[in-house]
Unconditional design. Structure first.
Length: 94
């Protein structure tokens, strides 16, 4: 059993992908840490994982290249007004 410290903006899927090389092992990860899919992880949280599981080729690449997955968003950008206009150039009125 290994330990991993959650990085800034890492969510459960980011950590699962980084540690296992795929998201197929995420349920093992959830059980080992007594968390659920809707749990929030915070930078500095220490989680347990089994280094013997996952895609070894991807895990090796992630370690060699120093990849850190961190796709979590702290807040959402919400457009209050606006929509596509007649020219469909994706501009919004903010």
């Amino acid at each position: 059993m290994e330990k991993h410290t959650i990085q800034d903006r890492q969510n459960i899927f980011d950590a699962g992908l980084q540690l296992y090389g795929d998201v197929e092992q995420i349920f093992d990860f959830l059980v080992k840490n007594d968390i659920s899919l809707d749990s929030s992880l915070r930078a500095g949280d220490v989680i347990l994982y089994d280094d013997d599981l996952g895609n070894e080729n991807v895990k090796d690449f992630i370690k060699t290249e120093g990849v850190i997955y961190n796709n979590s968003q702290d807040s959402m950008f919400i457009i209050e007004e606006g929509d596509f206009n007649d020219d469909f150039d994706n501009d919004y009125l903010l």
